[in-house]
Structures are given as structure tokens and as C-alpha cells.
Design a protein around this ligand. Structure first.
Ligand code: GLP
Length: 240
């Protein structure tokens, strides 16, 4: 696991966009694993800037998103479908047919999860997976638990995650369940880049880097990945 520490979130965004740009230029038909939340927003802005400057094209790029809330309409302002379109897809030349976001309203969640993993395999696997991290060490929506998950699955969100993400929802309307890529789906990515900024992530980052590999801190599994890079600011790194 490689750890790079930066002064600002803007510097992280440039470094992260550099990693993605290099791949997209070298392999225009690459497969990207994408993330939501505040952490990747500046990276997406940086990628849009490079697209607008004619330095990048997403015409052949395929994407798979980490997770999606259950029981939330796809066009809700808080769905990850909406987030991805507003923060990246609507501003670049990606083809909608190449965008894959889990359907959190699928009648058969297991079938939806299996089809998603199969689609990733059919696309040739994920070249780079982008991750944020929850304050409890979750990646995607893989919450702390007793065993590492395998493929994509439906998960009950923990109180910690509900507390963190409720700020985006009115009147306690945050969904209690989500579909998420499993730990094994994430670990199969050829390269993984995790972004973390701010004091609130310091405990999770410490456990991820210096702690034992345990499903109690799902991100700690990244210690076992052959090509995982953590891009973090000084606040998130303060306990290292
Ligand atoms: C959510 C997402 C995660 C994300 C995490 C951290 O729970 N499911 O994929 O990494 O929040 O979000 P933020 O970057 O806003 O701190």
C-alpha cells in the first residue's frame, strides 16, 4: 500500500486526476470503478477541466459505480445515479450505455447484484477503482462486520453511516439499505486509489494503514492489494 500525503484537497484532486488521465489516454476503452460522496468531487471537476481542454475523452470509457441506496427513486437528488450525472457524466462525452449504476429499486436485489458483478467481469474487470472511506472504515457500503464480504450484495447500513450521510436527507428520510460492491469485487480491481481528507477520517486512516487486517475496519483489506494508493491530506494523516 502506497501512502501519499498532501497539503490540500486540491492537490489530491490533481494527483488523482493524473492517475486516471494516464490510464484513459493509454487505454481509451478502460473500465473505471467510481465512487460518490464528497471525497471524489474535486477529482471529477479536474477530469471535466481536462475534458474541456481537449486533453481527455470518455467516449470509449466504461464505468461501474461502487454502490447505490435502496428504496430511493433513481432521479432523487440524493441517489448516486443523480450524483454521478451531476458531478461527472453530464459534463463529459461518456456514452450512457457505458455507465453502470446498481438499481437500488430492483425487485430481486440478489439478481441485480449478480448481474452487476457479471457485467464487470464481461467488461474485462476494473482497471482503477476509486474509493472514499467512511469514518468507521467502510469502503463502498461495506460496513464493519465479522467477515469480509464477497461479491456485490444488499447491506443494512450502520448507525454511524446513517448519522454521517443523513445530513443530505430531510426528516430522517435516509434509506436504511444499499447495494454495494463487495470487498472481493473491490479487491479484484487492478489498481485502487483511495481519497481521504479531514480530521474526521484520521481514526479510519490510522486503522487502515497501521491496524490489523480485519473486517471491523473494511478498508484495512487494502493492505493486501498489490497496487493500492492512498491519497490523503495532513489532517487525515495526523495519527500516522
Ligand atoms: C458513503 C459512500 C462511500 C464514501 C463514504 C465517504 O457512505 N457509500 O463510498 O466513501 O460515504 O463519503 P465522503 O467522501 O462524503 O466522506
Amino acid at each position: 500500500m502506497e501512502v501519499r500525503i498532501f497539503n490540500t484537497a486540491d492537490e489530491i484532486a490533481v494527483a488523482c486526476a493524473d492517475i486516471f488521465s494516464e490510464l484513459i489516454i493509454k487505454k481509451p476503452e478502460c473500465v473505471l470503478g467510481l465512487a460518490t460522496g464528497a471525497s471524489p468531487v474535486k477529482t471529477y471537476n479536474e477530469l471535466i477541466k481536462r475534458y474541456n481542454n481537449g486533453k481527455l475523452s470518455f467516449k470509449e470509457v466504461k464505468t461501474f459505480n461502487l454502490d447505490e441506496y435502496c428504496d430511493l427513486p433513481r432521479d432523487d437528488k440524493n441517489s448516486y445515479y443523480t450524483f454521478m450525472h451531476e458531478n461527472l457524466f453530464n459534463s463529459v462525452d461518456i456514452k450512457e450505455e457505458n455507465v453502470h449504476i446498481l438499481d437500488g429499486n430492483a425487485a430481486d436485489a440478489d439478481a441485480e447484484a449478480k448481474a452487476f458483478d457479471a457485467a464487470i467481469d464481461k467488461a474485462g474487470g476494473i482497471d482503477i477503482q476509486l474509493l472514499g472511506i467512511g469514518t468507521n472504515g467502510h469502503i463502498g457500503f461495506n460496513e464493519p462486520c465479522d467477515t469480509f464480504s464477497d461479491g456485490t450484495f444488499k447491506v443494512k447500513l450502520t448507525d454511524s453511516t446513517i448519522k454521517s450521510n443523513s445530513i443530505y436527507f430531510e426528516n430522517d428520510s435516509m434509506p436504511r439499505y444499499a447495494l454495494t460492491m463487495g470487498i472481493n469485487s473491490i479487491m479484484k480491481a487492478k489498481k485502487i486509489v483511495l481519497i481521504a481528507t479531514g480530521d474526521a477520517k484520521a481514526d479510519a486512516i490510522k486503522a487502515t494503514i497501521d491496524g490489523e487486517v480485519t473486517p471491523n475496519c473494511p478498508a484495512s483489506i487494502l493492505q493486501k492489494h498489490p497496487d493500492a494508493i492512498l491519497l490523503i491530506d495532513k489532517a487525515a494523516a495526523k495519527l500516522l
